[in-house]
Every structure is written in C-alpha cells, then in structure tokens.
Design a binder for this molecule. Structure first.
Ligand SMILES: Cc1cc2nc3c(=O)[nH]c(=O)nc-3n(C[C@H](O)[C@H](O)[C@H](O)COP(=O)(O)OP(=O)(O)OC[C@H]3O[C@@H](n4cnc5c(N)ncnc54)[C@H](O)[C@@H]3O)c2cc1C
Length: 447
C-alpha cells in the first residue's frame, strides 16, 4: 500500500486547491494540519511570536477545518507539536514516505518540511505566478517596478482549478487527535475568537467586489486608516490560505469584463502583485532577510537591542497621537491599515532609531494577517535595507492628510479630547522634527 501525507497548513480551502486532488502514484492519502507551538509561544528578540489573539484565531481556524472534514465523513488529523516531529510520527504510523504540501515562502517552514526526511511534493497554490509563470529566482528583478513591468505584459494568472476531493483520502479515525493536542486545545480554544475561514473569505470577496462594488473606488479609498469598505481585508485569508490569490484575481477580472474596469480595479491587482513580488524576494534570499541589513553583506544575525522608546511604541504611548492611535488599533483588533503600518514603521526606525527587525517581530506577534514575506520584506523596504532606499514618512503631514479632523485619533485614544486636527499635536516629551514644522504650523492655523 503506497501512502502519502497531505499537509493542509496554509491550504485551508475547498476552492482552487490542488492538495485535494487524486495522486495517481499513491493508494491512500492521509490529511493532516499541524499547529506548532514554537511558532506562537516562543520569543524572538524577547518578543513573543504571537499574541494570544493570533494563536486563538489560528487554533479556531484549524478546528473549523477539521470539522469541515468530519462533515464530509473524512478524517483530518490535527497535531499540536513540533512540525517536523509530528509529521515524522504520522508518516511512521501510516508507513508513508512522501509529504504533499503547499509550497511555503517562510524559510523556517520550508526547513521544517525538509527536515522530515520525507520526499516532498510541493504545490505553489498561494502564488499568482504558478506553473509555467514561475519566475527564475536567479534572474528575479530587484525592484518592484522592474518585476511588475517584466511580468505584467503577459500576466495571465492561472485560472482557479476546480478540484474534487480525492477518494484516496483515508485515515483511521482513532488517530485523529492525540492527548497532548487535546490538552493544548482545551487551554487555548476560545469560541469568541475571530473565525477567518474560507466561508468568511468568500463572503468578503463577493461583497467587496460584487455587492458593495468597493473595488470601483479602491484606488481612492485604499489609504484610509479604517472603515468597512475602504480596503478589501483579504489579507487575513490570503495569509492563512483560506483564499486563493488566483481566485481573487480572477474575480476582479470577471468584474472588469462583466461590469466595469477602471484604475481602481487595476489597482487592487497591482497590490496583489506587491504581495507576489515579496513572496519571490523572500524565496530568493531566504533567511538572509532576517539579518540587520537584510541580505546585504556582511550578514549580521545578532539580536537587536531595544531601549525604552521601543517599549513605549509597542504600547502606543510614544506621545505622537497619530502613531499611538494606529498601534492601539493593532493591539485591539489585530489589524492596521497599510498607511498606518508605513507611518508607525517609519517612526520607529527613523525617529526612534530602533532596529527595524524589532518592529517586524512586534507586527508578527499581533497581525492577524501575519505573513512572513509581506511583513518582513515591507519592514526591510521602509528601512531601506533590502533592495530599496529608505522610505521615511512625515507623520504630521500624513496625519493631516489621512485624519484631517482627528476623528481616527480620538477613536483610538479616548483620553485625547482636543477638537479637530489639533489632536495630532505631539506631547511635550516628543522631540519635534525639523521637517514637521510647516505641518505643525498648519495644524495650529486650522484651529
Ligand atoms: C510594515 C508593513 C508590514 C506589513 N505586514 C503585512 C503582513 O504581515 N501581512 C500582509 O498580508 N500584509 C502586510 N503588509 C501589507 C499591507 O499593509 C497589508 O496587506 C494590507 O494593509 C492588508 O489590508 P487589506 O487586505 O485590506 O489590503 P488591500 O489594500 O485591500 O490590498 C489587497 C491585497 O493586496 C496585498 N497587498 C496590499 N498591499 C501590500 C503590500 N504593501 N505588500 C504586500 N501585499 C500587499 C494584500 O494581500 C492585500 O490583502 C505590511 C505592510 C507594511 C508597510
């Protein structure tokens, strides 16, 4: 009997998922998902890798996925433990020699699969550029613009695959949950945690494109700091693999063909290309991204040393209201807008003079849409340590542009009661930057 394990991590969906398909060279397939506590409960640079909120959301998602399999009278093994060991144990139990999985971008996850010693069959189901569109890593353009210009002219994204659940899936039901996993679940399962599953993903996608037609104004609303329909919020589902990027892309193209195409419908695909660019950048340079200057030699993996200013930034207590409000929103909701992320990152790196990797680790902890490539490469991009020059933002100018009446700041910092834009005025403890001065003047004259 020839058996293979099929790992569904970051492949928690029934649409466009090649992992569900028949594998001609195997008799039986064993479905499994693993939650590795080391990816959540350990620390990097003294910062826990995941907040309880993120851990609980992931656990809830995996339990929901397991339940969906049960409803189809199928067994999905859920293992809580070291990824490599859990897969090795299961492979030994079923005498399986092959592991089928979604191709990861995070070097750590790739290593975990390799360390199993099983023969790997990886499907890149979470990239737009799959199969024949797969770029050659050695000749990958350095900048996003060059990458986009090279890819866009012939970019016909692979249409989503209609895959039937293979009849080869099998498992001995008694093996579905071990006692260690059961203990962990009873400790961390929170029924009120966010459920970021495929049903929620497809509903959000459909509403954003078809019902609300928010895709039509996306280019003009995407810089908003919050709001229900200003951005897609597909990030959660793309990050955990409950939404296929090819499917999302295709839905936008369908809308363009059936209803209307404008700069906004183009722009959301443009942003999906940013995600794509970072995925391939991460694969090209691997763990070198975690060095102080990213992959620029000499590599330096020594841990960054934070000071008090980092601690205050993490709590949303820097004294700069625009930064603090964005951080408080992240702590509360597990999400921050792209504009907010750019500003708080720039402030931490350039004004507070902290190592960019501390900020990346803090975002990893809190973002419910945490994605290794999108997070670490965006941080490096702002710090100017990857392929790019530094990108410093003027927080007061940005506050005036994106929160002109101070409503966002007052929403997240209820202790700030100053009316209008003057709420953006930095507290006395904040060192005022030369390049803020014209905008501070503007703040005063607005009142
Ligand atoms: C410092 C920093 C850290 C970030 N960390 C993450 C992260 O961990 N996970 C993550 O998914 N995104 C990350 N981003 C990118 C971006 O901020 C989020 O994808 C976006 O805010 C998510 O909201 P949305 O889905 O409504 O985005 P939308 O504006 O609706 O965009 C649609 C999709 O395009 C992709 N996208 C948009 N902007 C970017 C970008 N700059 N880089 C890569 N992909 C993009 C995302 O998949 C997003 O879901 C980060 C950006 C910065 C500046």
């Amino acid at each position: 009997m020839k058996r293979a394990l099929v790992l569904f991590n970051q492949a928690l969906r029934w649409h466009d998922n090649l992992l569900l398909s028949d594998q001609a060279d195997f008799d039986q397939l064993i479905a499994v998902v693993v939650l590795d506590p080391a990816e959540y409960l350990t620390e990097q640079y003294g910062i826990r890798r995941a907040s309880t909120q993120r851990l609980q959301a992931q656990l809830k998602l995996l339990l929901d996925w397991q339940q969906q399999w049960q409803q189809k009278l199928q067994v999905m093994h859920l293992r809580i433990g070291d990824t490599t060991t859990s897969l090795q144990q299961l492979a030994q139990h079923y005498q399986a020699h092959c592991l089928i999985a979604a191709e990861p971008t995070a070097p750590e996850q790739y290593q975990q699969l390799q360390n199993t010693g099983l023969s790997l069959r990886l499907y890149d189901i979470n990239s737009l550029l799959q199969h024949q569109l797969r770029p050659d890593l050695a000749s990958l353009p350095k900048s996003f613009s060059a990458f986009r210009k090279q890819r866009e002219p012939d970019l016909v994204v692979q249409p989503p695959q209609q895959v039937q659940l293979s009849g080869q899936f099998y498992a001995d039901a008694g093996q579905a949950l071990d006692s260690h996993s059961a203990d962990f679940i009873s400790r961390y399962h929170n029924p009120t945690a966010a459920l970021l599953n495929e049903a929620a993903a497809l509903e959000r996608l459909s509403k954003f494109i078809w019902q609300q037609r928010a895709v039509v104004h996306y280019k003009h609303s995407r810089d908003a700091l919050d709001g229900d329909w200003n951005t897609s919020l597909w990030c959660f589902y793309l990050a955990n693999g409950s939404l296929s990027p090819c499917y999302a892309w295709q839905q936008v193209v369908d809308f363009e063909q059936q209803q209307m195409a404008n700069e906004s419908t183009y722009w959301i695909r443009f942003e999906l290309l940013w995600r794509e660019y970072f995925r391939w950048q991460m694969r090209q340079h691997g763990s070198a991204w975690f060095s102080k200057n990213a992959f620029r030699p000499p590599l330096d993996f020594s841990a960054p040393v934070p000071d008090k200013r980092f601690e205050l930034w993490c709590k949303g207590q820097t004294g700069l209201p625009f930064v603090d409000a964005n951080i408080r929103m992240l702590l509360h909701t597990g999400w921050m807008s792209n504009r907010g992320r750019q500003n708080v990152a720039s402030y931490l790196i350039f004004e507070l003079q902290q190592d960019w990797r501390l900020g990346a680790a803090f975002f990893e902890q809190h973002l419910l849409d945490y994605d290794c490539a999108s997070n670490w490469c965006n941080w490096a991009y702002i710090a100017g340590v990857g392929n790019s020059g530094a990108r410093q933002f003027n927080q007061i100018k940005q506050a005036l542009t994106h929160d002109p009446h101070g409503e966002f700041v007052r929403r997240w910092l209820p202790e700030k009661t100053t009316a209008g834009a003057l709420v953006h005025w930095p507290e006395a403890k904040v060192q005022q930057q030369e390049f803020w001065l014209p905008y501070l003047k503007q703040l005063k004259s607005n009142t």
